[in-house]
Design a binder for this molecule. Structure first.
Ligand code: CP
Ligand code: NVA
Length: 301
């Protein structure tokens, strides 16, 4: 079980809780593949609030709740009285009287913090401008499946030091994966978070993708223009930070390529890499389902 009520960044889980959740996700996946489902969240309801679009997060949470014997309610923020000025605080208190857990995708991270502070039930961040913890749970699960271990691996992050990168630093530092992060100077990840994570593992920041990719076991990128970003930033990344076969060749032969999706083919990654033999993106996307089921089961709901 996870001691913390909410999961907003991934830092709420200690190393043991993180590895136990990943192992449970792998177990639930194996069981599902054998046709075994258990009603571990029978009669429980998840409320999902989306201020931004989603494919994977929405569908994997809803399917996950169904498979666990529970139920999910999907709402865009526009559907709620939030759109007419009801406060986040009052929304949190109201939801707490009906449902057992809330997952929200928001713009400002402070919105989900305020939701969590005012809800008596667990709140899970389904992506904010600053963090994407559920993605990293799935990513660590995928790395464990593919590599058989986490501790001692090297992960190269290429491109934007964004929300996914921030939660990646938290996750990797807890499980012993060192990171080399190549970004343009103005798009480095959160500096206080880098400092915090560096206490646990090596994290190297560079503006040279080729240096970051060298000897990597896992190479990861994400869109250069996140939902909350202005498209004009794209020119700061291209062509230097594009993941292509030449960059992949700098990594270990057995290096896997990961991307949280949605991808812009031939912007942050070339089609031959994302569709190539080293890419594990479809397993990574699938693992959102299994890892979030493990997370929901491990929360106090
Ligand atoms: N990776 C991810 O969170 O995808 P969606 O935006 O489709 O939910
Ligand atoms: N960094 C991306 C991730 C999408 C899942 C974004 O915030 O749009």
């Amino acid at each position: 079980m996870i001691k913390a009520k909410d999961v907003l960044t991934l830092d709420e889980l200690d190393k043991k809780e993180l590895t136990q959740t990943i192992d449970l996700a792998i177990k639930l996946k194996k069981e599902l593949n054998k046709g075994i489902t258990k009603p571990l969240l029978k009669n429980k309801t998840l409320a999902m609030i989306f201020q931004k679009p989603s494919t994977r997060t929405r569908i994997s949470f809803e399917t996950g709740m169904f498979q666990l014997g529970g139920h999910a309610i999907n709402m865009s923020a526009q559907d709620l009285q939030l759109s007419r000025g009801e406060s986040i605080e009052d929304t949190a208190k109201t939801l707490s009287r009906y449902v057992d857990v809330v997952m929200a995708r928001v713009y400002d991270h402070s919105t989900i913090q305020s939701l969590a502070e005012n809800a008596s039930i667990p709140v899970v961040n389904g992506l904010s401008n600053s963090y994407h913890p559920c993605q990293i749970l799935a990513d660590l699960m995928t790395i464990k499946e593919k590599k058989g271990r986490l501790d001692g691996l090297k992960l190269a992050w290429i491109g934007d030091g964004n929300n996914v990168c921030n939660s990646m630093m938290i996750g990797c530092s807890k499980v012993g994966i060192s990171m080399s992060i190549a970004t343009p100077k103005e798009f480095t990840p959160d500096s206080s978070l880098v400092k915090q994570c560096k206490k646990l593992v090596d994290i190297d920041l560079t503006q040279d993708p080729s240096k970051a990719a060298k000897d990597a076991d896992v190479l990861v990128t994400d869109t250069f223009v996140s939902i909350h970003d202005k498209p004009s930033r794209l020119r700061k990344f291209l062509p230097k930070y594009q993941v292509n076969s030449k960059l992949m060749a700098r990594a270990n032969k057995s290096c896997i390529f990961m991307h949280c999706l949605p991808a812009k083919r031939d912007q942050e990654v070339t089609s031959d890499v994302i569709d190539g033999p080293q890419s594990v993106i479809w397993d990574e996307a699938e693992n959102r389902l299994h890892s979030q089921k493990a997370l929901l089961v491990s929360l106090r709901i």
